[in-house]
Design a protein around this ligand. Sequence first.
Ligand code: NAD
Length: 334
Amino acid sequence: RRLGYAIVGLGGYADVILPRFAECRHSRVTALVSGSPEKARRYAERYGVPERGLYTYETFDSIRDNPDVDIVYVVLPNGMHHEYTLRAAAAGKHVMCEKPMANTAAEAEEMIAACRAAGRKLMIGYRCHFEAANREAMRIARSGEIGRPRVVTAEHGFTIGDPAQWRLNRALAGGGSLMDIGIYSLQAARYLTGEEPVEVTAVEATDRSDPRFREVEDRINFQLRFPSGALANCVSSYGSNHNRFRVVGDKGWVDAEPATAYSGNRLRRLKDWRTEDHPVPEAPQNQFSAQLDHLSQCVMTGVEPIVAGEEGLRDMRIIKAIYLSAREHRAVSL
Ligand code: NAD
């Protein structure tokens, strides 16, 4: 059986997701929500969505009456995730919400509570948990093959452009590089060690006279300490390009570069003091289709998603601590 998805927000990332329904086994797109009826019609034609599945932000709540929609996928700017998740739950729909889950941990808590009260699933769009190279790196890091993980380094960033975009607007983005791209470094440190950090320290560098950074941070480096004694050094940047991680154990290491791209992620390992490419295992599905089908299967079987709302909330709480550490120049316990 294929469950029906409504895609809310037809921007850049929706363009990445929509073609991937073609490779799904349990998911299909049955509705589109857009501020532009013309755009919605154009996309409807391309992806085979019927006229009755087209909504605007104003008519969105009537999606409750559409039996073809099981799941609402919120692909809007971060600052709108909270509102649309609450409205979707009130309409009796399950929710897939993009990362970062919300602007604040308090919003994330309300989203979890709203979905729970409505008896609906909530999953966060952490696609790397469904991506073959990342899954293999997790397996290696947690299997003991490189010994006990001692140090993780994770770097994510890109040089951001147009100062007028929503990613640089505090109300719509919730913060700067950390909310958008540094969250991949945080996620990697957590899923590679399989642990929750107990302490964070952070340092920020932002040129507030740069028109891009009037409201949000540029670069913020942070360190995490885990219960096993593993440490993570993480980079988050809107001023430089990074996409890699490495887990160093007491017997070896595994690294990835690119690490969290849409495709082409590559792994390497240290073997007998030599660096070797490590093959990425064949996966039955690409990360996007696997992510979409995972939530559909969770809805059909009643199982909790592996990256449920609680996983998004954990990141939001750590992000809050990272900002506090950078602001007050001190270590923050979690
Ligand atoms: P985008 O700017 O390309 O698209 C945003 C969409 O929201 C547009 O269609 C826009 O019209 C609509 N929108 C509605 N109200 C708006 C408003 N007030 N201001 C601005 N836009 C408004 O952004 P995107 O890159 O598609 O990002 C959307 C979400 O997806 C974000 O939360 C982002 O973090 C997430 N994302 C995730 C990944 C991933 O790999 N998981 C990749 C990119 C983006």
